[in-house]
Design a protein around this ligand. Structure first.
Ligand code: A2H
Length: 253
C-alpha cells in the first residue's frame, strides 16, 4: 500500500447470461467483473478483461441488484466505502478462482467491441485494485504484451483453456494519438523497446512510463464526441459520463 491514496474508476463489465455451472446460483442478478482503472478515457479500446488464473475471487453483493466479482480484499474496502449490501460487511455469494472466470463473455461500457472475453494475465497483483483489469492494448504496454502472448502462443492458450475466438479476432483499436508515438502508442513502444513478453518487467516499466506520461500531456482523443480534444480535458468528462450512467463507481485505497 502506498502512502498516497489512489483513486480508481471501477468499470462494471457485465457478465452476459445465461449463467452455467457454478454461476447458476447468480441467475437473475446483474453480475459484473469490476475492473480498476486510472485511464477511463481509454475504455473505447477495450478488447478483453484480465484475471489472475491462480487468484482467489468472490461474487460479492454490492446492493440489492448488483454483484461484483473481485478479490476479498477489494470487497472489504468497498464495504467501508458504502458499497456492500450489508454495511461494512462483504457478503460473498460464490467463491471463485481466476480459472473459473476465463472465457466469461462480457459487455463493457463504451467498448467498441460488443462482446469481449475474460482472459488470463500472469502479472496481476492481488493486493492492488480489484484483481480484475480491463485490457486496452492500444494504450497499455502490459495489456498489449499479454494479448500478444496469447495471440502468438497456441500452447499458452491451450494451457489455460482459452479458445481462439476469444482472442484472435480482437485487434488493437486506435483511440488516442500521441504525436511522438502515433495512434497505437503501446504497440509502438513495445516494438521499439523489443519487449518479448508480459514477463519482461524492466522494459515494460520503461514503456509504461513513456506512454503514461505522454498520453496524459500530449494525447489527443480520436473517438466519439471527444474527437480532437486533449486527453487531459476529455478524461474527467469521460469519467463523469461513466459515473452518471451508472456504468462505473469510484473506489480508493
Ligand atoms: B490501467 P497503479 Cl490504457 N495488477 O487501466 C496489475 N495491474 C493493475 C491492477 C492489478 N491488480 N489493477 C489495475 N491495474 C492496471 C487502463 C490503462 C492502465 C491504460 C494505460 C495504463 C494503465 C487499461 N488497462 O496503467 O499501479 C490498470 O491498468 C498504467 C499505470 O495503481 C490501472 O490503469 O498506478 C493501473 O494498472 C493502476 O496502476
Amino acid at each position: 500500500e502506498g502512502v498516497q491514496p489512489q483513486d480508481y474508476v471501477l468499470i462494471k463489465m457485465e457478465v452476459l447470461p445465461p449463467f452455467t455451472s457454478k454461476f447458476k446460483i447468480l441467475e437473475g442478478k446483474k453480475v459484473y467483473l469490476a475492473a480498476a482503472t486510472l485511464r477511463p478515457e481509454t475504455m473505447y479500446g477495450q478488447t478483453n478483461a484480465w484475471v489472475l488464473p491462480d487468484g482467489k475471487y468472490g461474487a460479492f453483493e454490492i446492493n440489492e441488484n448488483d454483484v461484483f466479482i473481485i478479490t476479498q480484499r477489494a470487497a472489504l474496502n468497498l464495504a467501508y466505502q458504502k458499497m456492500s449490501r450489508v454495511p461494512e460487511k462483504p457478503t460473498c455469494l460464490l467463491e471463485l478462482s481466476g480459472h473459473d472466470l476465463i472465457g466469461l463473455p462480457l459487455r463493457s461500457p463504451l467498448a467498441f467491441n460488443e462482446i469481449i472475453y475474460s482472459l488470463p494475465m500472469l502479472t496481476i497483483l492481488t493486493d492492488k485494485g480489484t484483481g480484475i483489469v480491463t485490457s486496452v492494448p492500444s494504450d497499455s504496454p502490459d495489456d498489449y504484451m499479454a494479448l500478444q502472448d496469447l495471440k502468438s502462443k497456441p500452447a499458452l492458450r491451450s494451457k489455460f483453456g482459452v479458445k481462439d475466438e476469444w482472442v484472435l479476432p480482437y485487434e488493437v483499436i486506435p483511440i488516442i494519438n500521441i504525436p511522438e508515438f502515433g495512434d497505437k502508442s503501446a504497440e509502438k513502444v513495445c516494438l521499439d523497446l523489443k519487449i518479448r513478453s508480459q514477463n519482461d518487467k524492466d522494459k515494460l516499466a520503461e514503456a509504461k512510463k513513456l506512454t503514461y506520461l505522454k498520453g496524459f500531456t500530449d494525447g489527443i482523443m480520436l473517438v466519439d464526441d471527444f474527437k480532437g480534444m486533449k486527453v487531459q480535458e476529455a478524461k474527467p468528462m469521460i469519467r463523469n459520463k461513466l459515473l452518471e450512467s451508472g456504468d462505473a463507481v469510484m473506489y480508493s485505497e
